[in-house]
Structures are given as structure tokens and as C-alpha cells.
Ligand binder design. Structure first.
Ligand code: HEC
Ligand code: HEC
Length: 372
């Protein structure tokens, strides 16, 4: 949900791509009033969090920025409540139409979403794609033969534990520090920053982003709660961001996956130049996952869809360039994409059991009382 923060004066586009499972840009639970807007006609009574999530979904579904439906004032501030843009009025009708379609034809939905028709374009097509037959044939070819002998999920997860260093090595490691460079590419261009992730088992993570030696932001969790800090201020991460950031903080991902009970084998698929075994999962009732494992046993990618009010939001995280770090083998390149942003993290260095400052993951100190 990174793009929608920028216009809300927080500009968090440069955020967190982290290993082993990166989700760029967590979002602080802004200390805003409960009602999400001053001029809500079809999303009446919605909180900021729900509005943000819906707006992100609209923008991603249409392949546009916030400026497609919203205007700025003369001093470049966003005026989201303004009804000046005709597209905003159209969007209101579209919201009502989509709701009506789902209610009448799809038992409530969301089966039909903005993405069903728009598919990344502001103007949906009317003509069937002329290359559909060709594309269909290619998809078939891309599906490798399914071997008669299939590994079990337990076998694939065991191979992953082995390939990444083995259970004993994972259990012996208690902390690691990753230092690298993140390149974010989105509709506004490319941004490069430095990232340092300090991690401690089982699920603490302190992630700092900086540019030209100046800290831009910090996101951290002690495994229970998660916070966002910028320019000396900090706040708790909002619910959705906290869930995904805490998930990404899992120290020993191979062991954590092996301990899960919800994973099922899907089959074999072509995946970026090599075949992969695909395992599906449902970590909670809002999230669907597909885990891709290479023939060397290593995790090559995870694809997630998280339900939002208007439909599922996708993200894909790829893991590349596995190298030895002590007794472990870890990815040195991580590529995370979602509809707004592609982030590539390249670690220059990963160290194990480097002392991590005491208190690195502690909750922020209470805010000093405001003085005026
Ligand atoms: C496709 C059109 C569309 C796009 C793109 C869009 N919005 Fe909206 N936005 C709307 C509509 C329609 C409403 C009013 C909803 C209602 O009437 O209940 C709205 C309302 C809002 C509001 C509440 C304003 C108020 O005070 O009433 C905010 C905040 C907002 N949008 C933020 C964003 C942000 C941030 C983005 C970019 C990520 C964005 N919007 C992208 C259509 C859009
Ligand atoms: C059933 C298909 C369908 C669904 C679902 C749908 N749209 Fe549309 N939308 C259209 C069509 C068709 C047009 C073009 C209308 C025209 O040409 O007059 C359009 C046009 C628009 C436009 C104006 C075109 C532009 O240039 O921006 C906006 C904004 C828009 N839709 C937003 C949304 C949003 C937001 C959602 C989800 C809440 C949504 N639509 C869901 C079919 C759909």
C-alpha cells in the first residue's frame, strides 16, 4: 500500500523489502480521526484503513495513480474530498455497479472486482483478444509434464530445510544482520536506498532504510507488536502492515514452513527458466499463498493474494543468488513486486550471530507530552 501513503504526506515509497519474505512499505497506523473522509457517499462511515485499502485497490486495478480521480490544490496539497474530477463520479457509479453485480449474481462477492473488467487499464476493452488462441497454446506448453512420482509436501519442506543449511544449523543461529541496497521502481521512477535488517530468532526484526548516510525510516517488531519510525517519531504499524511485516520477520523460514499444517502440493510448473514444485497454503482466511521450490530444494518464490474489501491484492517475492553464510545458505537477491512497485534488494553482506544491540527490538519510548 505504498503509493497511497505518498500523497498523504508520509511518502513512504522507499520502504521495506526484507528477507526472507519481503513486503515493501509497511504503513503506520496514522493518528487520524476514525471516519475515513469528509465527503463519502458510497463508502459512508468507512475508517481510514478501509478507505486506504480500497483506494489502493482501485488504483492498482485501473493501472493509474491517485491523480486519476483526485486533484491537488494550488499549493500541491491533495484534496481527496473534492469532487472536481469526473472520474471520481464515475468511480462512485462503478462501486455501486460492482456491489450490485456481486449481490445479485454472485451471492455477495467479491467475485466481480474492478480488476475483473479493468485488468490494469482505465478503459476496459470490448474486443476479444486476437491472440487468445496462441496465448492459450503457449500456456499449455509452459506447463511441464507432471511426473507420475510426486514428492509429498513434507518431503519438499524437508529438502528446503536441508538445502538451506539443515535443522541443526538453523537452530544454532540466533541472529543475523543483512546489509544491502534496495531499488524501488514504480510509476514515479526509481529510488535507491540502503537497507540494514537486524534479525533475532524467533521473529524479531529491525529494518532501517537510509540514503546518503541519513536514516529515512525504521520499521521494527519484537515478534508481538510492530512499529514505524521516521524523523524521531514512531507509531504502531496499522493492522494489515503489521501482519505482513511480522510474517516477514520469521527468522528460520524453512523451519517455520515445515511446522505448518495448511500446505498442500499443487503440481509442477514452469518458473523463470526452470521447473518448480508448487505448494499452496492458507495461513489465515484472508490470504492465499503459492510457494515455489526448485529442484535443488531451495525456495524460489512465494506468491500471495490477500483479500481486501474490493478483491484480492497480489504480491510476488522471488529469492535468488543463494550463497553460504556460515552453515546456512541464504538468498542474496530478493525481488518483490506488487501492483504499485517492484523492489529489488541486493545484500552486500549477511552475517550470523553478530551482536545486535540490546533493545533493538524494544517498543518505542512513550511520546513526550506536546508543548505549545
Ligand atoms: C478510480 C478512481 C479513484 C482512484 C484512482 C483513487 N480514488 Fe480515492 N476516492 C475515489 C472515490 C469515488 C472516493 C469517494 C468515495 C465515496 O464517495 O464514498 C474517494 C475518496 C477518497 C478519500 C476520502 C476523501 C474524503 O475526505 O471524502 C481519500 C482519502 C482517498 N480517496 C484517497 C485516495 C488515494 C490516496 C488514492 C491513490 C492511492 C486514491 N484515493 C485513488 C476514487 C478514487
Ligand atoms: C463489469 C465491468 C466493470 C467493472 C466491474 C468495473 N468497471 Fe469501471 N468501467 C467499465 C467500463 C466498460 C468502463 C468504460 C465506460 C465507458 O466507456 O463509458 C469503465 C470506466 C471506468 C472509469 C472511467 C474511465 C476512466 O478513464 O477512468 C472509472 C474511473 C472506473 N471505471 C472505475 C472503476 C472502479 C473503481 C471499479 C471497481 C469499484 C470499476 N470501475 C469496476 C467496466 C467496469
Amino acid at each position: 500500500m505504498k503509493l497511497l501513503l505518498a500523497p498523504l504526506a508520509l511518502s513512504l515509497t522507499i520502504a521495506a523489502a526484507s528477507a526472507p519474505a519481503a513486503k515493501p512499505s509497511p504503513k503506520p497506523a496514522a493518528s487520524r480521526p476514525e471516519a475515513g473522509g469528509r465527503n463519502l457517499k458510497v463508502l459512508k462511515g468507512w475508517s481510514h484503513e478501509r478507505i486506504d485499502s480500497a483506494m489502493g485497490f482501485f488504483a492498482a486495478s485501473l493501472g493509474v495513480g491517485c491523480d486519476h480521480c483526485h486533484v491537488r490544490t494550488a499549493d500541491r496539497k491533495w484534496d481527496m474530498a473534492s469532487d472536481e474530477m469526473p472520474e471520481k463520479a464515475t468511480a462512485r457509479r462503478m462501486i455501486e455497479m460492482t456491489r450490485a453485480l456481486n449481490e445479485k449474481w454472485f451471492a455477495g462477492g467479491p467475485r466481480v472486482t474492478c480488476a475483473t473488467c479493468h485488468d490494469g487499464r482505465a478503459e476496459p476493452g470490448r474486443v476479444p483478444p486476437v491472440d487468445a488462441v496462441v496465448a492459450g497454446a503457449e500456456r499449455e506448453r509452459a506447463k511441464p509434464a507432471q511426473p507420475a512420482e510426486k514428492p509429498t509436501v513434507a518431503e519438499l519442506l524437508r529438502r528446503y530445510v536441508e538445502a538451506s543449511g539443515g535443522e541443526a544449523a538453523w537452530k544454532a543461529a540466533s541472529s543475523r544482520v543483512e546489509r544491502g541496497t534496495v531499488v524501488h521502481a514504480n510509476r514515479r521512477g526509481e529510488e535507491t536506498s540502503k537497507q540494514v535488517n537486524a534479525r533475532r530468532a524467533p521473529a524479531s526484526l529491525d529494518q532501517r532504510m537510509s540514503r546518503d548516510g541519513k536514516e529515512l525510516q525504521r520499521v521494527w517488531t519484537d515478534g508481538a507488536s510492530a512499529w514505524f519510525g521516521r524523523e524521531g517519531r514512531s507509531e504502531p504499524l496499522e493492522a494489515d502492515s503489521a501482519v505482513s511485516f511480522k510474517r516477514d520477520a520469521t527468522f528460520a523460514l524453512p523451519l517455520a514452513l515445515a511446522a505448518r499444517g495448511d500446505l498442500k502440493l499443487d503440481g509442477r510448473e514452469k518458473f523463470h527458466g526452470g521447473d518448480a514444485w508448487v505448494v499452496t497454503g492458507h495461513p489465515d482466511d484472508k490470504t492465499k499463498e503459492r510457494w515455489f521450490f526448485g529442484d535443488d530444494g531451495q525456495l524460489r518464490a512465494v506468491y500471495r493474494e490477500s483479500d481486501s474489501e474490493f478483491g484480492p491484492m497480489p504480491e510476488m517475492i522471488r529469492f535468488e543468488d543463494y550463497r553460504p553464510v556460515g552453515a546456512l545458505k541464504l538468498p542474496f537477491v530478493i525481488r518483490a513486486s506488487d501492483p504499485w512497485d517492484r523492489a529489488t534488494v541486493t545484500f552486500e553482506e549477511i552475517t550470523l550471530d553478530e551482536p545486535v544491540a540490546a533493545g533493538a527490538f524494544a517498543p518505542p519510548p512513550p511520546e513526550p507530552a506536546e508543548t505549545h
